[in-house]
Design a protein. Structure first.
Length: 730
């Protein structure tokens, strides 16, 4: 008896000292659009995520974590309410949470338990009109993207990921002693900047602290890259925004590499900021009693299956990372990996459970606390329900159930098209067994369980209102033209004539006046300044634009370019059709800013040899075009053949056989140039995208004649310099 009493006293003492009886603090990092394939501890040995990996080493990593509905706002509302979309949604406006479902969020329950609550970052949930987010957190700050880089009072730019963690660190620093807290840091990264499709820095902007990471490596193509996988999909999945946006991001090697490196940098940027936060937590002496949760709002195809985005039913879309690091659990429970099926739906129940509050009866998920602290409860779920109904006229809606053996879904607006995947034998879901007679019993029982879940969670969705709209053909001729409406001649207007919308560049140099894009420099520029079209990369095209430049001015149409953030956020290097007043030898020439510089002066028909050397094969007449007048510039690029005209007069004609030096796609930009003060104006900026697969001209069909001579390079040349002759013996 006495020894038991002593032991009890000791336990209480130890308990007090270790704070084990104080409610734990909770920090919840939620990323955007991230599946498990881009985290080190989930098996990616290229990406650097040391801080996230360390959380997994000290905590629990969930191998089977999923979202109920794979789209940002539904997933987030599910976390806030503890309810599936089907349940929280307003009939007829299913994305909108019903008022009674958002009266008390998990943050309110925690606050009632004495917690100080904070939220920084992306919200995106669709709430009733009377809902005020600030009422549900002690500290609330929405921090969004578009742009990711936010101007600071000192004139610098700071990335949204960093700003969210700034908020978190301030929250920690102002945390009163002895009071528990629950802090939500919900990132916008790694969501693409959808409206800005400049590969890399435009589409997946990263915190500049991770500049240069992954630049020197080639990242492996998507695992499920075989076109046969895409071709096997039913038409309604081959023509959705899952396919349309594939052409924004992944459809060429160049785009893929540039974007995936940028995406990896976004992830490493998050990791770095998590490290900074954990250090602040350490410095505040809060580490030992703070649980850290790392999760994502939905998965991401990243080019797998010929798709991008999320939304549909495959594992790439539904599966998310989930790591929970609870420093209070016993050593034996740290660093473990669990195969328990976890859902975003479980998170609020878990938070509430950690705070020792009663889990609301309405919650549809279960607390993960026992799994983290001990083991998987015997009665833990063996099957999960998944659905999609958001943006139902453009994203195929589905519902179904998944267990460790099989996944069944049906696409309700597409004739109840069914999928049945054998996840054990076919984990990549390459075979659809829905019509396989041997699996009829499995299909039937999963169908019944789907119906039961549907009934339990709110009943069948009402019929689709209006028609379903396909977003693309599976194989568009010109990927830049996907989703684009053209005029009768096939041209698209690139300027709205009123704003700089759709263009990325500094308003210090660029503006819109009288329907024209205006670039101005006062003559003090240190580097050329660009404004880049954000709509897509361009490959083969016919570009027409009216141009007016003041005397002495120097600008250019930069095409098939690449962003050069290492030089400046808006710097681009590519081919250029020069716009130069007062120098007819340069006006309309082909200059290349990637390194080869002058490829063709005005009036030269040129072939660039395989070694990058340009040879003049014929002279063309050179004309002068008056400054301060509108002139139509035309750039026609087909494969490796480039032609420039001013007012219908050809100024450059070039074939590029230099495989290493040339670019076959890239962004479109215009520039204001270092040099004298000037004003440049562009209007009626129109492009016609030509098919991507136009054939390249071959050296065999276009031999360089022996009397061709070298293009005069842009360099200090000796006074007696004469051009080399192609056929001359060296
Ligand atoms: Ca998302």
């Amino acid at each position: 008896m006495r020894s038991r009493l002593v032991a009890l006293c000791c336990m209480m003492l130890v308990g007090n000292v270790s704070l084990a009886q104080q409610p734990p603090n909770i920090v919840f990092f939620l990323t955007d659009d991230q599946t498990t394939s881009t985290i080190g501890c989930y098996g990616n040995d290229v990406i650097k995520t040391p801080n996230i990996d360390a959380l997994a080493r000290r905590g629990v990593r969930f191998e089977n974590a999923f979202v109920s509905h794979s789209i940002c706002w539904i997933s987030r509302t599910t976390i806030l309410t503890g309810l599936t979309g089907r349940t929280f949604g307003t009939p007829g406006n299913q994305d909108l949470a019903k008022p009674e479902t958002v009266e008390t969020l998990y943050s309110d329950i925690l606050r009632n338990r004495g917690y100080r609550t904070g939220f920084y970052g992306k919200w995106h949930s669709t709430m009733p009109e009377t809902f005020r987010r600030e009422d549900h957190f002690d500290e609330f700050e929405e921090i969004g993207r578009n742009p990711y880089y936010k101007p600071q009072p000192d004139g610098t730019l700071r990335h949204e990921t960093e700003l969210i963690v700034d908020g978190g660190v301030d929250f920690i620093k102002s945390q009163p002693k002895g009071r528990p807290f629950a802090l939500n840091l919900w990132f916008n990264a790694c969501h693409a900047e959808d409206s800005d499709r400049r590969p890399g820095i435009g589409h997946f902007p990263w915190p500049r602290t991770v500049d240069g990471m992954y630049d020197d490596i080639t990242i492996a193509p998507p695992k499920l890259n075989d076109p046969k996988i895409f071709d096997a999909l039913p038409d309604f999945l081959r023509t959705t925004i899952n396919r349309e946006r594939f052409f924004w991001r992944w459809n060429t090697d160049q785009k893929y590499q540039t974007n995936i490196r940028a995406y990896y940098r976004m992830v490493s940027g998050i990791d770095r900021e998590i490290g900074r936060f954990i250090q602040a937590l350490d410095e505040a002496g809060l580490t030992d009693n703070t649980i850290i949760v790392y999760g994502a709002d939905n998965g991401y195809y990243m080019g797998n299956r010929g798709l991008t985005g999320k939304w549909s039913h495959f594992e790439n879309s539904l599966r998310v990372p989930l790591i929970i690091c609870d420093p209070r659990v016993s050593k034996s429970q740290q660093g473990k990996v669990t195969d328990a099926i976890a859902l975003n739906l479980d998170l609020p129940a878990t938070f509430v459970d950690w705070a020792s509050a009663e889990i609301p009866a309405r919650y549809q998920g279960s607390s993960l606390k026992p799994i983290v602290a001990d083991g998987v409860p015997k009665d833990w779920r063996t099957e999960s329900f998944h659905e999609h109904f958001a943006v139902r006229n453009r994203i195929p809606a589905f519902e179904g159930v998944r267990n460790k053996e099989f996944k069944y879904v049906r696409y309700i607006d597409h004739g109840n098209y069914e999928f049945l995947h054998d996840l054990k034998n076919d984990p990549d879901e390459l075979v659809n067994l829905a019509k396989d007679p041997q699996h009829m019993a499995t299909l039937q029982s999963m169908k019944e369980r789907t119906a039961a879940q549907v009934a339990k969670l709110g009943g069948p969705l009402p019929p689709l209102v209006g028609a379903f709209e396909a977003s693309t053909v599976p194989y568009p001729e010109a990927s830049a033209a996907v989703g684009v409406k053209t005029d009768a001649d096939g041209f698209v207007n690139l300027l709205d004539g009123k704003t700089l919308n759709g263009w990325s560049g500094s308003s210090n140099y660029w503006s819109v006046k009288d329907g024209a894009l205006i670039g101005v420099t006062d003559g003090a520029l240190k580097t050329n300044q660009f404004i880049t079209w954000e709509g897509s990369t361009i490959r083969n095209f016919d570009l027409r634009v009216q141009v007016k430049v003041t005397p002495g001015g120097n600008s250019g149409l930069q095409y098939r370019g690449m962003s050069r953030p290492e030089i400046g956020l808006d710097i681009v290097s590519g081919y250029q059709c020069d716009v130069v007043a007062n120098n007819p030898d340069f006006n309309g020439m082909l200059y290349e800013e990637r390194g080869r510089r002058i490829l063709s002066h005005t009036g030269e028909r040129v072939i660039v040899n395989t070694d990058g050397q340009p040879w003049v094969i014929e002279k063309l007449p050179v004309k002068e075009f008056e400054a301060d007048q509108w002139h139509e510039y035309r750039v026609l690029v087909e494969g490796n053949h480039h032609q420039h005209w001013i007012d219908g007069h050809m100024t450059a004609d070039l074939i590029d056989f230099d495989e290493k030096g040339r670019a076959l796609e890239g962004v479109l930009a215009v520039q204001v140039h270092v040099g004298p003060a000037m004003t440049i104006a562009y209007k009626d900026f129109r492009i016609k995208h030509l098919p991507d697969n136009l054939p390249l001209l071959t050296a065999a069909d276009h031999p360089i004649p022996a009397n061709a001579y070298g293009v005069k390079p842009q360099a200090k040349l000796p006074p007696d310099w004469v051009p080399p002759i192609f056929g001359a013996k060296p």
